[in-house]
Design a protein around this ligand. Structure first.
Ligand SMILES: *Cc1c(COP(=O)(O)O)cnc(C)c1O
Length: 214
């Protein structure tokens, strides 16, 4: 696996308006630096502890994204530096993020995570809950909801994946019509990002297609 070749390949195949998140979970500092030195600046992690440790030892220019499920008692560890949290799925986590952002004198940008897959144990909310949370977020000054995120089912069935992405795009359009801060549609991973972009994604989260299998 050649990280630089992989990055260049992906960048060549996507439109410049699509933001590429290099998902570096489980990958070493050296591998992340290789991607960084090739120009990659946005990295995604799914575990607070790992994120915190990597952010300490890697270049300050890196924008870190939290893409994994977040527990309220861990928000404080990432609040000082996180640039986008993709996984807001409850009022409790929303309030905690606002509180910790305030303590750090900053506004933390977040996405609402929707459950678009037909798999049961995936995290995420539905349209109604999303509407409530977006409304609620307007009362809090240190958290800003700037978009939506979702993960398609782990299946080879491309029609199914496309259908799920279409659903998320529909939700995205719906929220964008209500709130002009909504700009990010985070969908698409190594196996399905081409379909995601065809369906309107403007932020893809790519791990194995850059760094190799985990
Ligand atoms: C691991 C992960 C990814 C990247 O997955 P790949 O298939 O390796 O590209 C994207 N999004 C989330 C939420 C993840 O946990």
């Amino acid at each position: 696996m050649n990280i630089i070749e992989n990055l260049n390949f992906i960048k060549k195949t996507i439109n410049k308006k699509v933001n590429l998140i290099a998902v570096s979970k489980t990958k070493s500092k050296e591998k992340i630096l290789e991607a960084f030195n090739a120009g990659q600046r946005i990295f995604g992690e799914n575990k607070v502890q790992e994120l915190k440790e990597k952010s300490k030892i890697l270049p300050k220019e890196i924008e870190w994204h939290m893409i994994g499920h977040l527990q309220t008692n861990k928000v404080k560890y990432i609040a000082p530096f996180i640039s986008l949290i993709h996984t807001v799925d409850s009022e409790k986590i929303l309030i905690e993020i606002d509180k910790r952002a305030k303590q750090n004198n900053r506004v933390i940008n977040c996405l609402l995570q929707f459950n678009i897959s037909n798999e049961e144990n995936k995290y995420g909310i539905d349209l109604k809950e999303g509407e409530k949370l977006l409304e609620k977020s307007l009362n809090y000054k240190n958290i800003q909801i700037v978009g939506v995120m979702g993960m398609a089912s782990l299946t080879q069935n491309k029609k199914q994946i496309r259908k799920e992405f279409k659903n998320l795009k529909y939700l995205f359009d719906n929220f964008q019509n209500k709130n002009s801060n909504i700009k990010i549609l985070s969908m698409g991973m190594s196996g399905d990002y081409k379909i995601a972009i065809e369906e309107g994604s403007n932020m893809i989260r790519i791990g194995s297609a850059i760094f190799g299998n985990r």
